[in-house]
Design a protein around this ligand. Structure first.
Ligand SMILES: Nc1nc2c(ncn2[C@@H]2O[C@H](COP(=O)(O)OP(=O)(O)OP(=O)(O)O)[C@@H](O)[C@H]2O)c(=O)[nH]1
Ligand SMILES: [Mg+2]
Length: 195
């Protein structure tokens, strides 16, 4: 499978701004700073298509990227990160509404990719999101991020713990690194199996 091009087609603050072209969508979801935008960029081999930053809470709107490929075209959707404490409460509630509003009622959505930093324990947020998505019949892929931050020997242990902790189908748990590119092919394969 080859990526031919990737471009942003919509930036949305609410449902009225979501695209209507009917292409299948894969949404990227996870706490702030977990690496959603970085992973997305790596998947389409573009450095700064989705804006990344060391400052958590950078992605505040829903960004839709149209990816043209040798396989079927699709939209990758970069959702705002949740759980960043320094964002004012009112704004956080607004994001929550935006994220859930998208996930709850989006016909073209084929799967959600939930991201989890390999160095962190999954929190209540992650467990709740998985359960919430399953209740709505949305398949959940778990992309474990920042693999390069741990030594090989530690990676296996942490992956085992994450498998135990989160109710995600085993072969839909994909270890990745946006930095090294590890796991990107596997993630595409998993996504393609759900389109
Ligand atoms: N070492 C390493 N750093 C990473 C990786 N992925 C992301 N980062 C870094 O983590 C930070 C956050 O990355 P982003 O991609 O902006 O995270 P995000 O989830 O989009 O964050 P928000 O938009 O704030 O929700 C940046 O400093 C990235 O360079 C990775 O695989 N390895
Ligand atoms: Mg981001």
């Amino acid at each position: 499978m080859k990526i031919l091009s990737a471009e942003i087609v919509a930036t949305a603050a609410g449902a009225s701004q979501f695209p209507r072209d009917g292409l299948p969508e894969i949404a990227f979801l996870g706490r702030s700073n977990v690496g959603k935008s970085s992973l997305l960029n790596r998947m389409v081999a573009r450095k700064q298509l989705a804006r990344t930053s060391g400052t958590p809470g950078k992605t505040r709107l829903v960004h839709f990227f149209h990816v043209r490929r040798s396989a079927r075209d699709l939209l990758l959707v970069d959702l705002p990160g949740y759980g960043y404490a320094k964002v004012p409460k009112r704004e956080r509630a607004q994001w929550q509404k935006l994220i859930e509003g998208y996930l709850e009622d989006r016909a073209p959505l084929r799967a959600a990719v939930l991201l989890q930093d390999i160095r962190r324990e999954p929190g209540e947020d992650e467990t709740l999101f998985v359960e919430w998505l399953h209740a709505r019949q949305v398949p959940v892929v778990l992309a474990v991020t920042k693999l390069d931050k741990l030594k090989r020997s530690q990676q296996g242990k942490r992956l085992g713990e994450l498998r135990e902790a989160l109710p995600v189908q085993r072969d839909w748990i994909v270890p990745t690194s946006a930095k090294s590119g590890e796991g990107i092919e596997d993630l595409w394969k998993t996504i393609d199996s759900l389109l």
